[in-house]
Design a protein around this ligand. Structure first.
Ligand SMILES: [Zn+2]
Length: 289
């Protein structure tokens, strides 16, 4: 039916009704993504994160997705926020602004105090409140910080010794034509990351014995698994927060061979544990706070 035929009064009433429905749907959507997150269900979709899962499946922009994930986080940490949202005392944006903050606070009393303080506040006022509590000014982010192809744009200001070191590296490498200036920082990040990775995994250390019947996964097996995985999660291909995981739990298989070890990101690792053990058991470890 064309809206042009509606009476003025009916048009106003209907607009109000659809707004009510939209708000109800948003609250339900937040509750549902919290449960999807609790079960790490997005790992079954091989998207690797709740953010990518929502972007892929629900036609939302990066900022719409971030806002909903952060607001849902507030609902998880401050259950009374759902009622405040239903009563129009807070907005989705308010709740998103305090999402990271309430996740770090242990005391329920303090979390509820923050909720009280943001009631009726604008986004700017809420952001100022967060800055006041944390003592940190939030960096103004460039709108396209993370691109859909996985690249990240950063703005850096180097000071003091770091600026001197940069000049030194530029002279040594870039000016001699080894690296282009724009590749220099990327190369430095790669080098540092590689060295940290080696430290974490013990690769390159003297103790590279092949131990396949130990719960501890040997450095040699880890190295072989990394070669197979390309140092990515073997379920969703994420490059972040990677862990080594026994495919058949060590307690049953007593095996740490390459066939029983895989690399998983923390989310896929959690999802695998939920499926192997139980949601209730894993809630004690992965969904605390
Ligand atoms: Zn994964």
């Amino acid at each position: 039916m064309s809206l042009r035929n509606l009476s003025d009064q009916r048009l106003i009433e209907d607009t109000k009704m659809w707004n009510e429905k939209e708000e109800l749907c948003t609250r339900q959507f937040l509750r549902h993504i919290n449960e999807v997150n609790r079960r790490r269900l997005f790992c079954d979709d091989k998207t690797g994160s709740l953010f990518k899962y929502i972007r892929k499946n629900f036609n939302k922009s990066d900022s719409e997705t971030s806002r909903r994930i952060l607001a849902a986080k507030t609902l998880r940490h401050v259950p009374s926020a759902d009622k405040a949202l239903a009563n129009k005392q807070v907005t989705l944006t308010n709740l998103a602004e305090v999402g990271s903050l309430v996740g770090d606070i242990k005391s329920n009393k303090k979390k509820n105090e923050i909720l009280e303080k943001i009631k009726g506040k604008t986004q700017t006022q809420t952001r100022e409140l967060v800055e006041e509590i944390t003592g940190k000014k939030r960096a103004t982010r460039s709108k396209s910080l993370c691109h859909s192809d996985g690249s990240i744009r950063i703005h850096l200001t180097l000071k003091g010794q770091t600026a001197n070191d940069y000049q030194f590296l530029k002279e040594q490498l870039s000016n001699k034509g080894i690296y282009k200036p724009e590749e220099l920082i990327g190369h430095t990040i790669n080098l540092v990351a590689e060295s940290i990775r080696k430290k974490i995994m013990g690769i390159g250390s003297r103790k590279t014995k092949v131990m396949t019947n130990s719960r501890t996964i040997s450095a040699a097996i880890k190295k072989a698994v990394i070669t197979r995985s390309g140092n990515k999660c073997e379920n969703c291909r994420s490059k972040y927060n990677l862990h080594f995981d026994h495919i058949i739990p060590y307690s049953i298989s007593k095996s740490s061979t390459i066939g029983n070890v895989r690399q998983l990101c923390s989310n896929c690792n959690a999802r695998a544990a939920i499926m192997a053990l139980s949601q209730e058991k894993m809630d004690l470890y992965i969904n605390q706070g």
